[in-house]
Design a protein around this ligand. Structure first.
Ligand code: FMN
Length: 279
């Protein structure tokens, strides 16, 4: 296969993926206004190139938490990648290592922290955390990330409740029976079964802690030795609270427009912050 752009990969995915998986991967919340906005906002950005500057010696390298990357680009955490390919998260982590770019493993991955740790050893990988009602379960995830060579915790703060993605509701989205949420055992591993609705929404509603608040950020900071980033911030007010709470980084994100419809495009929030100092 000779795929050289994201749109070509997307077209191919439409051909090969089962509807249950494809719809899960591609859907935004509600009427998908923000999903469309995420793209159109990018289309409106214009680059003003300057000429006649010596570019024979150039680099796109950057450094985050003391680690060098080949470019200021990273792979965001996305759940359940083995629905798309048997190697799932392991292949993506290997690719990130080969390209020397950032990589974050999702809590609700179909490959475990240990597997992915071994797939891309000696490489700085981050772990994305969802806070379960059972704090013992949550703390254990963080400990396993620490023990398996992950170098930062990305706490997702925009998903105490999952957004309503209509295709998942209609499909009664389920994790295919040969796959599990590989970081867990028992019901936490196999509980994504869409009986009468979206299985992922039911899983999240029964297991994630919807009371998630700034005290949980403090709790996480109190016991992990890893840097903590909060992912899902879209406003100046929350960015300031995050700094006050003592986090080490902020990931501006609208979660691929999968959580709340009608939020601004992520890239617009970056641009407002950088150029106008407003959100
Ligand atoms: C299929 C899919 C699954 C995702 N799973 C997760 C996840 O498990 N945890 C998480 O924090 N974000 C998840 N996200 C959100 C992405 O990490 C990322 O925020 C989004 O794709 C890009 O939007 P942004 O630029 O606003 O961050 C998922 C996104 C998609 C498309």
């Amino acid at each position: 296969m000779n795929l050289v752009s994201l749109s070509e990969f997307e077209r191919e995915a439409h051909k090969v993926l089962p509807k249950n998986a494809l719809d899960y991967y591609k859907s935004g919340a509600g009427d998908e206004y923000s999903l469309r906005l995420n793209r159109t906002a990018f289309e409106k950005i214009r680059i003003r190139p300057r000429c006649l500057i010596d570019v024979s010696n150039r680099t796109s390298e950057c450094e985050v938490f003391g680690v060098k990357y080949s470019a200021p680009i990273g792979i965001s955490p996305t759940a359940m990648q083995k629905m798309a390919h048997p190697e799932g998260e392991n292949a993506v982590a290997k690719a990130a290592k080969n390209q020397e770019i950032g990589y974050t493993l999702s809590t609700i991955a179909t490959s475990s922290i240990e597997e992915v740790g071994q797939s891309a050893p000696d490489y700085s990988k981050w772990f994305q955390l969802y806070i379960y009602k059972d704090r013992g379960v949550t703390e254990r995830l963080v400990r396993r990330a620490e023990e398996n060579g992950f170098t930062a915790i990305v706490l997702t703060v925009d998903a105490p409740i999952f957004g309503l993605r209509r295709a998942d509701l209609k499909n009664h989205f389920s994790l295919p029976p040969h796959l599990t949420m590989a970081n867990f055992t028992g019901e936490l591993a196999t509980g994504v079964k869409g009986k009468g609705g979206s299985g992922i929404n039911q899983y999240v509603a029964s297991l994630f802690d919807a009371s998630l608040n700034w005290q949980d950020v403090e709790w996480l900071l109190s016991f992990t030795k890893l840097p903590v980033l909060v992912k899902g911030i879209l406003t100046k007010e929350d960015a300031e609270l995050a700094v006050e709470a003592g986090v080490h980084g902020i990931i501006v994100s609208n979660h691929g427009a999968r959580q709340i419809d009608s939020v601004p495009a992520t890239v617009s929030c970056y641009i407002s912050a950088i150029f106008y100092n407003v959100y």
